[in-house]
Design a protein around this ligand. Structure first.
Ligand code: XMP
Length: 527
C-alpha cells in the first residue's frame, strides 16, 4: 500500500490568518502537511520526517524584542525552508540579515521583478518579460532590509528592496508576498516548485489514497469490535459513515436521532441514502432511527432563552445517544467526525499568540462512563478534502456540498419557544427557499441560506377575510470563514418567487421578509 504520509511538509505557524490556506494549497498539490505552532516542541521536528519546512506569516513584528522565532532545530535539520512574509522576516533576522518597519502597511497587488534566477522561481514569469515579473499579493508592515550573509536577493518591488531571497546551497528561500492566496497569479506554481522541485516530494495525497489509508487504519484499530456513530446528516458524520462502512461493513451501527428540528424530510433522506440497500443509491448501512421528536418538543416547551435551548438540545442528544449505545453491548468504539481545523484549534500555540478562531460545537461530548475508544478518521482532513473523499465514496454531490446546518437545528431558527407546529411551518418554508435557490443556480453562490420562523402575527388577506398569520424571514449570506459575512444580493424576482410560493404553499404564513444585515454586527443565525 502507498505510504501517503511518506513525503510531507511541516508548516510552522506564526499565527497568520492564511496558515490553513498554505496547508490546503500544499494538500491540493497532493502532498501531506501538518501545521504546528511555532513554539511546538522542537525536539519533535527531526522525528517527524518532513521533506521541507514552511514558515508561515504572522501578525507580530520581528523588530520587537521577544517576537516569535523559528526554532533552531528547523535550521539544523538540513531541510529546505520556505519563509513566507513573517516567516521570511524571522529567517532574515535569525540568520544575520536586517528587517525594518515601514511607515505604512502594504496591502494588495504588487509586481515583483525577478532579479536573479533560482530554483524556487524557476521559469515563472507572468508577463513573458525580461527580466521576469510576477503579479503577487502583499500584506505586511515590516520587510527585510538586508538579506543575511550567504543569501542572494532574487526579487524586488518598487517598495520592497528584498521581496525574495535565496540560499541555493542550503535550499533556504523567503518570499515577502503570499503565494497561498489566489491573487498571487503563479502562487500555486511557486508552492509546487518548492514542494516538488526543491523538497522532492512525490504527490501521493489523493482522495483514493486517503480512503485506502484510512480503511486500513480503521481495520487495524478496531479489529473485529463494533463501532457506533452518531449520524446527523451533516457532511462530516456522513463521510465518516461511508468510510467506516467501506472499512468494516456491518461492524458499524449508526444512530440517527430525529429531533424534529431537522430540515424538511431529512430523516427519510438520511435513511434512503445510508440505510436503504434496496436500490443503487442506498449504502445499506445499519442505521437506528430514533424518533425523539416528542421528547425534544416536550423538553423545549416554555423555554425561550437561546442558550438554554442549545443546552437542552445538546444534552438530550447525549442522553438519547447514550441510551442507544447502552443497547449495543458489543460496541467498543465511538466514531466521530472531528476534522483537521478542530485539531489545529485545540492544539493552538502554547503562548496563545496565534489567532485562534472560535468555532461552534454542537454538543459538549459524550459521558465519560461510556468508556468507548475514539475513532476519528477525518482528523487529518480539511473540509474540502472531506468533501472530495465523500464524493469518491459515492455520497451524492448535493449532500456533500450542503450548506452548514447548526447542531441545534431549527431550535435556534424558531425565535423564542419551540413548538412542533412552528417547526413544521419552518421546515416547509425552508425547503421551498432551498429548492428555489438550487433551481436558480444560486445555492452554490451562497455560503449559507435558510428560513427563520418569527413568532409574530401579521395581517394578511385570505380570500376576503383578514387573517393574522406568522412571518418567515429569509437569510442568505456569502462568507469565506463564517466569522464575517455579507448578506447575499439575491435578485428581486427570485425573492418574489420564493415569497409567493411560501405564502401560497405553507399554511400559516402570511408574510415573508428578507434579512439585509451583515455580520458584524448581526450574526448569521438569528439566535
Ligand atoms: P453565527 O450565528 O454565530 O453563526 O454568525 C456562524 C456559523 O455557526 C453556525 N452556528 C452554530 N453551529 N451550533 C452549531 O453547530 C450552534 O449552536 C450554532 N450557532 C451558530 C451558524 O449556522 C453559522 O454557520
Amino acid at each position: 500500500m502507498t505510504d501517503l504520509h511518506r513525503d510531507k511538509i511541516l508548516i510552522l505557524d506564526f499565527g497568520a490568518q492564511y496558515t490553513q490556506l498554505i496547508a490546503r494549497r500544499v494538500r491540493e498539490l497532493g502532498v501531506y502537511c501538518e501545521i504546528w505552532a511555532w513554539d511546538h516542541d522542537p525536539s519533535e521536528i527531526a522525528a517527524f520526517g518532513a521533506r521541507g519546512i514552511i514558515l508561515s506569516g504572522g501578525p507580530e513584528s520581528t523588530t520587537v524584542d521577544g517576537a516569535p522565532r523559528a526554532p533552531q532545530e528547523a535550521f539544523d535539520s538540513g531541510l529546505p525552508l520556505l519563509g513566507i512574509c513573517y516567516g521570511m522576516q524571522t529567517m532574515a533576522k535569525q540568520l544575520g540579515g536586517e528587517t525594518e518597519s515601514a511607515d505604512a502597511r502594504e496591502y494588495g497587488h504588487a509586481e515583483v521583478t525577478l532579479v536573479a534566477p533560482d530554483t524556487l522561481f524557476g521559469d515563472l514569469n507572468d508577463h513573458g518579460s525580461r527580466p521576469p515579473r510576477l503579479d503577487v499579493w502583499m500584506s505586511h508592515g515590516d520587510h527585510v532590509a538586508k538579506a543575511p550573509p550567504g543569501f542572494t536577493v532574487t526579487a524586488t518591488t518598487a517598495r520592497v528592496p528584498v521581496a525574495a531571497f535565496a540560499n541555493e546551497g542550503k535550499r533556504w528561500y523567503g518570499v515577502q508576498f503570499h503565494p497561498e492566496v489566489t491573487h498571487t497569479q503563479s502562487g500555486q506554481a511557486l508552492l509546487r516548485r518548492f514542494v516538488v522541485e526543491v523538497c522532492g516530494c512525490e504527490t501521493l495525497w489523493t482522495a483514493e489514497h486517503i480512503i485506502e489509508d484510512q480503511v486500513a487504519r480503521v481495520r487495524d484499530t478496531v479489529g473485529s469490535d463494533e463501532v457506533i456513530l452518531g449520524l446527523s446528516g451533516g457532511v462530516d458524520s456522513s463521510v465518516v459513515a461511508a468510510l467506516l462502512h467501506r472499512a468494516i461493513g456491518d461492524q458499524l451501527t449508526c444512530v440517527f436521532v430525529d429531533t424534529g428540528l431537522l430540515r424538511w424530510q431529512e430523516g427519510d433522506q438520511v435513511m434512503a441514502t445510508f440505510a436503504d440497500a434496496s436500490d443503487a443509491h442506498g449504502l445499506g448501512i445499519r442505521v437506528i432511527r430514533v424518533d425523539a421528536r416528542e421528547r425534544y418538543f416536550g423538553a423545549l416547551a416554555g423555554v425561550t432563552d437561546p442558550e438554554a435551548k442549545r443546552k437542552i438540545i445538546g444534552n438530550l442528544f447525549v442522553e438519547i445517544f447514550d441510551e442507544q449505545a447502552g443497547k449495543l453491548a458489543n460496541a467498543k468504539w465511538l466514531a466521530q467526525g472531528t476534522i483537521y481545523p478542530d485539531v489545529i484549534e485545540s492544539a493552538g500555540s502554547k503562548t496563545g499568540k496565534a489567532h485562534v478562531i472560535k468555532s461552534h460545537h454542537n454538543v459538549g461530548g459524550l459521558p465519560e462512563h461510556m468508556k468507548l475508544g475514539l475513532v476519528e478518521p477525518l482528523r487529518e482532513l480539511f473540509k474540502d478534502e472531506v468533501r472530495r473523499i465523500g464524493v469518491a465514496l459515492g455520497l451524492p454531490h448535493e449532500m456533500v456540498h450542503r450548506h452548514p446546518f447548526p447542531g441545534p437545528g431549527l431550535g435556534v431558527r424558531i425565535l423564542g419557544e419551540v413548538k412542533a407546529e412552528y417547526a413544521d411551518i419552518l421546515a416547509r418554508a425552508d425547503a421551498v427557499f432551498i429548492e428555489e435557490l438550487r433551481k436558480a443556480g444560486l445555492y452554490d453562490k451562497t455560503s449559507q441560506a435558510f428560513a427563520v420562523f418569527l413568532p409574530v402575527k401579521s395581517v394578511g388577506v385570505v380570500g376576503d377575510a383578514r387573517a393574522y398569520e406568522w412571518v418567515i424571514a429569509l437569510r442568505a449570506v456569502e462568507t469565506v470563514d463564517f466569522m464575517t459575512a455579507h448578506w447575499a444580493h439575491l435578485p428581486y424576482d427570485f425573492l418574489g418567487r420564493v415569497s409567493n410560493r411560501i405564502i401560497n404553499e405553507v399554511r400559516g404564513v402570511s408574510r415573508v421578509v428578507y434579512d439585509v444585515s451583515g455580520k458584524p454586527p448581526a450574526t448569521i443565525e438569528w439566535e
